[in-house]
Ligand binder design. Sequence first.
Ligand SMILES: [Zn+2]
Length: 120
Amino acid sequence: MLFSKKDRPAMPEMDAFTLSQQGGGSDESNARIAQLEAKVERLTALTESLWTILIAKSNLTDKHLMARLEKIMELRESRSAPRNSCTKCQQKNPMNKAACLYCGAPLPKPTETQESPFNF
Ligand SMILES: [Zn+2]
């Protein structure tokens, strides 16, 4: 089962829920956390619904969808922290630098970030 409890990533020891239970924040921030938790729960349920519909109505399997998920996670990672690799020393530099921070070599012009409706 794809969304079984054992497959879920381990929760950090001090997650938002734990903090809100321990009175670690203001009433306002605790209310905001509860609101966000409810939203995440609903989005997770929505995703699970769509996932199961896709499996039921297409030739795709959990394996296909997991592979795509991995790919998307990598893509999102690269979009959130774009880096420009130095051609001389191979160090990764921030996109807004014209010269390498490590060796001073001129950096190649950054390639356009891939446009996506999910870049937000
Ligand atoms: Zn360099």
